[in-house]
Design a protein around this ligand. Structure first.
Ligand SMILES: [Zn+2]
Length: 312
């Protein structure tokens, strides 16, 4: 294994049938293994194949750590746990009940996607027995062999979100709190990054605070779910903070418009196109709306839910 990898393997979960869209991670220390996030049910064979590629048995997995319980991260947890008889599931206390009884997650996601699309994307969510679930409150340390993995409460994208600090790599496993950075947008200037404010728990104040807390650790790298490892963390963090402010300002501007959603989608698209163009992304005008279409729609929805909530 490459010594610079710190025993960390990026697994393409294949979620959404789109390559380099949704990552999970395998961390190996002294023959013991932890997965961080796991994609959906369809990702389980890829997770097991990654383990096998490292020459490890399924019994070597001690932990499945979920950054949060959105289904592109956690949908396959129940199915994967059935294959890993020694593993325990580590999850935010607000996420734990939904892993033990997924019925509310299913209802919530069905309301967003519709029944047919839900079945196609996620199949049947399997419950995780409660005795195998460990609730990770802020500061909880998972020991992988003797390697500490520190769980930090990081709301802003979701209230059931943790980020995992790995001192060995000086890296954060960030789930969705440290934004989205698709490798298709890499240029000579490095990675291009965008916040994810998807519904229904986006909160800009909490997102800023979580980002600042992560940056204060002076990380060497962040391991994103969407997608992969990024360096230059301070620059990317500043990019995210700037965009959270810009997105909130756009949301407020569009709020009174009867066609609020469409107008906000257009405004966010223009923001990201302009930033991508300045970043040197070729064909930004076409490729940003193309590759970020779903993210922009979700970001607009999440900003709108936040606007409406703030009015109550
Ligand atoms: Zn998420």
């Amino acid at each position: 294994m490459d010594s610079r990898s710190h025993g960390i393997t990026t697994i393409d979960t294949g979620y959404g049938d789109r390559p380099r869209f949704c990552a999970a991670y395998l961390v190996v220390q002294d023959g013991r293994a932890a997965f961080i996030d796991c994609g959906s049910n369809d990702s389980v064979p890829r997770m097991l194949a990654a383990l096998e590629a490292q020459g490890l048995a399924r019994d070597a997995v001690d932990w499945l750590i979920l950054t949060h319980v959105h289904l592109d991260h956690a949908g396959g947890a129940g199915a994967l746990m059935r294959e890993l008889r020694n593993a325990r599931l580590v999850v935010h206390p607000r996420g734990a009940p939904h892993m033990i009884d997924p019925s509310k997650l299913v209802a919530g996601a069905t309301a967003v996607y519709g029944e047919a699309a839900f079945a196609r994307h996620y199949g049947t969510l399997l419950p995780v027995p409660s005795e195998r679930v460990v609730e990770a409150t802020d500061g909880h340390v998972v020991k992988l062999a003797e390697r500490p993995l520190l769980c930090v409460d990081t709301p802003g994208h979701a209230r059931h979100h943790i980020a995992v600090w790995d001192a060995a790599s000086r890296g954060w496993f960030s789930g969705d709190i440290f934004g989205l950075s698709y490798r298709e947008f890499d240029t000579a200037q490095g990675a291009f990054i965008v916040p994810t404010t998807s519904p229904v728990q986006f909160d800009p104040g909490e997102m800023r605070a979580s980002l600042r807390r992560m940056l204060a650790a002076e990380p060497a790298a962040v391991y994103l779910t969407h997608y992969g490892r990024v360096d230059e963390v301070q620059r990317l963090g500043a990019d995210l903070l700037e965009q959270v402010d810009a997105m909130v300002a756009l949301a407020r501007e569009c709020d009174a418009d009867p066609a609020r959603h469409a107008r906000l989608v257009a405004a966010l698209t223009a923001l990201y196109v302009e930033r991508a163009r300045r970043h040197g992304v070729a064909g930004a005008q076409v490729r940003v709306p193309q590759l970020l279409a779903m993210d922009i729609d979700l970001n607009a929805q999440g900003l709108e839910v936040w606007l409406d909530h703030a009015k109550r």
